[in-house]
Design a protein. Structure first.
Length: 193
C-alpha cells in the first residue's frame, strides 16, 4: 500500500507540473487576477458554480474571497451558486439543466465575472449558465478538464487540466483557485488594478 500511496501523490504532482509547464496557463491566470481586481475595484462581483466536487471548489473559492485567505482585508463580493433550496426549486420547476442559468439571470450584472467549473466541459447546466452570462455581458471564465469538451473555446478565459480523471483535474483546479485568491489579495492591497 505504501507504494500505491506514493504513486497517487506522484500522479497528482505530475498533473500539476504538466499544467504548469504550459506557459499560457500561467499567463491566463495572471489575466484572470487582473480581471478580478479590476472588477472588484469597480464594485462588481464574481459568481462561480459547478457540480459535485466542483461545487465544493466553487464554495471554497467564494468563501476565501468573502472571508479571508492570508490577509485581513475588506471582503470581496463572490457568490457560489450552491443554495440547496434554489437548486431543488429550479430543478423541480425548470429542470436540472437550468439551476445555474437561473441564478445567473437573477444575480449577474454586465461586467461581473462568471466562472463555470466542469471537469468534462460537457455539463449542460454549466454550458447553459455560461451562455446566459454572455447574454448578460459578463466576463466568462471556464475551468475545464480532459480535452475541454463542449465549453472549449467558448469563454473569455479558459484553463484546461489535461488529465483523464476528475480527482486529478479538481486538485489542479483548487490550486489554481487558491493562487487566484492569493494574487488578487496582493494586487488589491497594492491599490487595485
Amino acid at each position: 500500500m505504501i507504494e500505491q500511496i506514493k504513486q497517487s501523490l506522484l500522479d497528482a504532482s505530475a498533473t500539476l507540473n504538466q499544467f504548469m509547464d504550459n506557459e499560457q496557463n500561467i499567463c491566463t491566470i495572471g489575466d484572470i487576477v487582473k480581471l478580478l481586481a479590476r472588477t472588484f475595484s469597480k464594485g462588481g462581483k464574481v459568481i462561480i458554480f459547478g457540480n459535485g466536487g466542483s461545487m465544493c471548489d466553487a464554495m471554497h473559492f467564494a468563501e476565501e474571497l468573502t472571508g479571508r485567505f492570508r490577509n485581513d482585508r475588506s471582503p470581496f463580493p463572490a457568490i457560489a451558486i450552491s443554495d440547496p433550496s434554489h437548486i431543488t426549486c429550479v430543478a423541480n420547476d425548470y429542470g436540472f439543466n437550468q439551476i445555474f442559468a437561473r441564478a445567473i439571470s437573477a444575480y449577474a450584472k454586465p461586467d461581473d465575472v462568471v466562472i463555470g467549473i466542469s471537469t468534462s466541459g460537457n455539463s449542460p447546466n454549466v454550458i447553459n449558465a455560461m451562455q446566459t452570462a454572455q447574454q448578460k455581458h459578463c466576463f466568462t471564465i471556464a475551468l475545464l478538464g480532459m480535452n475541454g469538451g463542449l465549453l472549449r473555446h467558448t469563454c473569455d478565459y479558459e484553463l484546461t487540466v489535461e488529465a483523464q480523471t476528475s480527482d486529478r483535474i479538481q486538485e489542479v483546479h483548487m490550486a489554481v483557485l487558491h493562487t487566484i485568491v492569493e494574487m488578487v489579495e496582493r494586487v488589491m492591497a497594492e491599490g487595485g488594478e
